[in-house]
Design a protein. Structure first.
Length: 265
């Protein structure tokens, strides 16, 4: 079956939703929501995959450092998810948009019956003009928090899986840098942004560093893995800076913003 040309999945990471103090960045959240709502008004079906529950929960619970035990991480996720959805509901509501929450773990994707039900739910919501907001179910899915070989990896892979499930034409991964570089721009001032990559091979992976922001856990390698899955299904994947959500306008018009990984025909 083909892709929906007007369907777009946008993934936003913890580093975009929080400020340097680790608290919710309300202005950045509002700008992102305003842009997504405006794109929705232009006739696009929008799915938002959002990280940030543990970071937001940690702040609300007054934790001064990242929780190190499983039970405290899951407690922070449970509190944070509630706060995160409250913020999204409020901001999207300001732009007259209805949102829905979908929490996933690996088993939801691996079992065929669950996967089919999940796809039907997405399609029903999108048909009604609702914007689904997706996150890992961290409060119960311990494997996604702790495993070194996590399926979703800070929601980069989750966003790719959602894009494939929903047969979206585009996947946009909002990062804390402008795109994919030939070296780490934080360490190398002369690092060059690569605007287009047609094939994700070993040479491309060799350019990817480790984890990115100290507030998130997903580095460029997980974004490459997500892009590789999505592009293999024909989905154009773009990595761009989450602090400039207006780049989404350029993307839907086919313009240049960040790094484009082209979907295979």
């Amino acid at each position: 079956m083909g892709l929906y040309n007007n369907r777009i999945v946008v993934k936003v990471g913890t580093s975009t939703l929080t400020n340097d103090a680790g608290k919710s960045d309300l202005r950045a959240t509002d700008r992102l929501v305003c842009t997504l709502a405006d794109i929705h008004n232009m006739g696009y079906e929008v799915i938002l995959v959002s990280s940030g529950a543990i970071a937001v929960g940690r702040n609300k619970l007054g934790m001064h450092s990242k929780p190190d035990s499983m039970r405290m991480k899951q407690a922070a996720a449970a509190v944070g998810q509630c706060s995160l959805m409250y913020l999204y509901d409020k901001f999207f509501g300001d732009y007259d948009k209805t949102v829905a929450q979908i929490l996933l773990n690996a088993e939801d994707i691996e079992q065929e019956e669950k996967k089919e039900n999940l796809t039907n739910t997405f399609n029903a919501l999108l048909e009604m003009g609702v914007i689904p907001i997706v996150n890992e179910n961290d409060s119960v899915s311990y494997t996604e928090i702790e495993s070194e070989d996590r399926l979703f990896g800070d929601n980069d892979m989750l966003s790719s899986v959602v894009a494939v499930l929903c047969r979206a034409k585009r996947l946009v991964i909002l990062s804390d840098i402008d795109g994919f570089y030939d070296s780490d721009p934080r360490l190398h001032p002369n690092a060059r942004l690569i605007e287009k990559i047609d094939c994700i091979d070993d040479s491309v992976y060799s350019l990817a560093g480790g984890a990115g922001s100290r507030r998130g856990t997903g580095g460029m390698r997980t974004k490459l893995q997500a892009a590789q899955l999505a592009t293999s299904q024909g989905i154009d994947t773009i990595v761009t800076n989450g602090k400039r959500p207006e780049a989404l306008y350029d993307i839907i018009r086919g313009g240049q913003a960040g790094t484009l990984f082209t979907g295979k025909n």
